[in-house]
Structure formats: structure tokens, C-alpha cells
Design a binder for this molecule. Sequence first.
Ligand code: SF4
Length: 376
Amino acid sequence: MNTTFYTELTTNSLQGKVLSDAYCEEILTGSDVELLPLLDAAYQVRKTYFENEVQLHILNNAQNGYCPEDCGYCAQASSATTDIEAYPLKPDAEILEEAKRAYESGAYRYCLVMSGRGPSGNRVAHLAELIQTVKARYPIEVCLSAGLIDMESAHLLKTAGLDRLNHNLNTSEAHYPNICSTHTYQDRMETLQAAQRVGLACCSGVIVGMGEGTDDLIKVAKALRQLEVASLPVNFFLPIAGTQLSEFDTETQRSVPTTLTPEYCLRVLCLYRFLNPRVEIRVAAGREHHLRSMEVMALYPANSMFIDGYLNAEGSAASRTLEMIRDAGFTVKANDEDIERLNQEEVEKRDVLLKELKVLRPRMASKQNQVKPSVD
Ligand code: SF4
């Protein structure tokens, strides 16, 4: 592909133009679209709005499991047989302690996540109190993920100081029945609209690799653009054993997830950046698993990431993520105190190990190990 193609991608994105579906398809699958110039074109857009900063987020899984819904990708779903550590809502003291730790580890935002279809009125009131306490104690942004909520609940949470509500669209409207039967795409859309009506910023994203087509990914990216979400997590489906989508289910006829490659994942991130130029794009669950040795390249289109793992899956150690960010020349977005602490943080030491003789010259080593016969 000639250089004009890549330059146009950057220019059109910066001018706020919506790319045609054909253009989007080309980004995802075009065999003559090369990865490095594509990443550079996306980076030009990222740099314009976010410079070289990376926002870090820490998830607190405040309630795990016990969910009546049947989202096929989720280990907490009633339909999953995964042996997760289920627990009801953590006590307030534990949640507050974790908020403190998130603040002290340099996280810009603290994400409180609860399993379930949606909170009751009492639960919303309780969460509002908790959010008020966290905001009074620590200068940290708070994001809540609590399932489906209506406008009244959204208003109460907003008044308590909630900064953002997370509710992912996950996939396109057409593909939604293939991943969940207990609620719909429209239910999710209505929650986001309720949050927006009361002035809450929305965090909503996608899960890539659930058997969807490229057209589904393009539709979600465009829907999120229309919703003007503030932040957009791009998750890559983690095939956790026991979840409905982790293998083909002959009873429900649900699809086998596509096999994601690092290059495809990066192309998706670029597409989401071009279509959502000013939005905080977070490379979320699955970055270690699917991007593997190319993980650091995700920082060129994306400007935020989780540290310390995901809902039910572990991620890289925080120190390794910080090291990767710095090694690539990016900086962590945090206040001055946090930056100082992060700079002092010890990155795990790697001793240089010398090769042993059994590796260098196995035959010589085995001879040396032979016991000499006794002269007696
Ligand atoms: S994604 Fe949320 S609503 Fe769906 S099963 Fe998991 S916890 Fe329940």
C-alpha cells in the first residue's frame, strides 16, 4: 500500500471523518496493508491527543460469581462451569483498603467491578456511600461496573461522586444473541444512555475473538463513536475453560471463537483509534495472552492499560508492565507524588546466569561426571 493510504488514515481521523466500512475492512484484513506503517498512522492520532502518556487502571473485583446471566465469555456466568473463587460483595473496609492500594500503586483510576445482572435499590445506595468515602479520602478517579442500571440509580451514583460508569457493548447487535440469551444489546445500550443523561462519563468497549466477523467489530467501533464514550476498553477473548464460548457447544450451537493473532489484535486497536481519535483506548483483558511478544506495540494505538490482572485471570506483574511502558519511551500518567514513587519502584531483578558446561559441551560434561574406577 502506498504511503498516501496511511497518511490519509491519520488525516481523516484527526479531521473527525468516519471511515467507510470498506476502508475499515481494509485495515483489519487488507493483505497489502503493512503493520508498521499502520501502527505509525494510529500513533500519530494517539500522540495528538494523549502525547506519550499511558493511563493505568486497577480492577477491584468487589463481587465475584453468583451471576444469573449467561454471558458465554464470562467465568462468573450461571452457565459457566469454571471453578472460580465466588464471593458476595466484599466488606466496605476491604474495598476501601483496595482503593488506597490502587492510589498508592500509581493507578489513575480505580475500577470497582461487581458481577450480576444489575444492582438493587439498596445496593445502589450502599455503593453511593462507598464511592463518596473513596472520593473523600483519595484523589483518584472512580469507575463502577455494576451491570444494568436505570436513570434513577445513575443519578444517585453521579451525585455520590462517581466519575465513570463501565458497561461494555461487547459485540454487535446482530452477534449479541450468539454470546448471551439473558439480556440484549439494547438493554446494554439503554444503561449507557441512562448514564449519559445524568452526565456520567461512560466507559464501554468490545471483546474481540468471540466468533464475530470483521463487520461486527466495525459496527461496535462506530456505535461507540456515536455514543461518544470517554473510554473504550478493547478486550481480547480469554478462553477460560468452563465458559460457554471457550469451546463449541453443540447444544446451543454457539460459535467457536476465532483464533486471534498478535497482528490482528493490533489492527483492531488501530481501527478503534482511527474511529475514536479522542477517546481513551485501553488495551484490556487478553493483552498478554494474545499479543504475546508484540504486547508493547499496543501502546502506539492505545493510551491506557490495566495493571495487576483482570476479573478472573491474572496479568503481568505491575513492575513488568511499568518497565515495558518506560522501555518504549512512554510515561505513566499520574500525579507528581505517584511518579516519584513509581520511579523508585524496584523492577524485578534479572540476574545474568552463566551457561553451564552441560549446556556448552554436553559430551565433556558427561565424561567429567563419570566416576573413575577404583585402583584397589
Ligand atoms: S458479564 Fe456480567 S452479567 Fe454477564 S455473566 Fe459475567 S458477571 Fe454476569
